[in-house]
Design a protein around this ligand. Sequence first.
Ligand SMILES: *Cc1c(COP(=O)(O)O)cnc(C)c1O
Length: 427
Amino acid sequence: MSGDGLPERPEASLHEGLHPDTLAVGFNYDPAEAYGAVKPPIVLSSTFAYPSAAAAKEVHRAYFDGPAPERDAPFIYARLDHPNLKLLQSRLAILDGAEDAAAFASGMAAISATMLAHLKPGDSVLHTTPLYGGTHGLLYGPLAGLGIKAVGIADALSRQSVSETAETARKHGPIGLIHIESPANPTAGIADIRMIADFAGELARREHERPVISVDNTFLGSLLQKPLEHGADLCITSLTKYAGGHSDLLGGCLTGSLEQVGPVRMLRTLLGTHMDPFTSWLLLRSLETFPLRNARSNANAGAIAAFLRDHPKVTGVTYLGFLEEGSPAKAVYDRQCAGPGSTFSFRIKGGERQAFAMLDRLKVFRMAVSLGGTESLICHSASTTHYSVPPDIRREVGVDDSSLRISVGIEHPDDLIADLAQALDAF
Ligand SMILES: *Cc1c(COP(=O)(O)O)cnc(C)c1O
């Protein structure tokens, strides 16, 4: 019972029935906590005062011996947890439909802590292909050096392909983790998360080892795909992209069950890769407009993809909205994704010379890597994001000298289309 004699409301009822748009604006913050300020203040303090010596001991007991290490304990020191981080994490958990969330200094910080916490020397890892460059570098560099063997799945829509890859991997050691990136960048290849989760369940029954299933959800983001609903254990998102949405911060997030996020959060404290107060506050601000930005950039992307598909100097567009009816990828896409997103690739007639001529004529699009910002970006994949990828692998992932990747922002669509049209006249 609370002080006024009314029964305590269970926490779940605070947000039950409310939409993500509503929760992104006010969930879990009470102005009474901070002078009536309508918006949460930034708390920059690195350390937090104990009310008494006995309370100090209790706080440390809760942190080290409590059932949910750190998550519900009072604040001690900002590397462990701080008020802006806690508030942000509660909203990120809601967004992904997760029990728990941990935010990191970048997407790669979230990916590396997850892999280090859930893998040990002698394990193997299955992964979809192609992988984000940083994830590939981590698995085949430092983690390989620790005796962890990564094996790529050729076709992540085929149970047979997953099962064959698992056989190869198990020759090295038990499969500790299956890491899925779907849709893949830049191929827009789709993996069937549910099928892979079912496969892991069967492996558990047969071999008594159940790999953890992590999904890198960066390419579509939390509003368009909810991997945890399709059987993934962990969902990893680079908040640098759609959630941050303004190309002015780096951040990452891990969501899932308390049991599987907990050890990664403990490791985050040891690595010191938590998200700082100002970035956490910026993200709280970004999340408020996330649904609006997402709707606009997706509508813009649809219009631009259609314009490019019909342009005589464009030979192909890998836009998820154009997946072939009746194909296996389309069936999984329809079940797994709520929209095609706003980042895709296209090919022009010609090669590097024509691509560069076109890029140098653009006035509204900015030439840069990354994606998911309010501004529209474009880059020539072969000479930038895939510069260090050997040409044969580039071909495998569908990147050649005619490939351009665009991330569509929230500008007026007519201006974006006019800009592309005049630039395509360059050759
Ligand atoms: C950008 C990106 C990352 C890494 O995120 P950072 O915030 O840059 O560390 C991981 N995965 C994918 C698919 C990405 O696009």
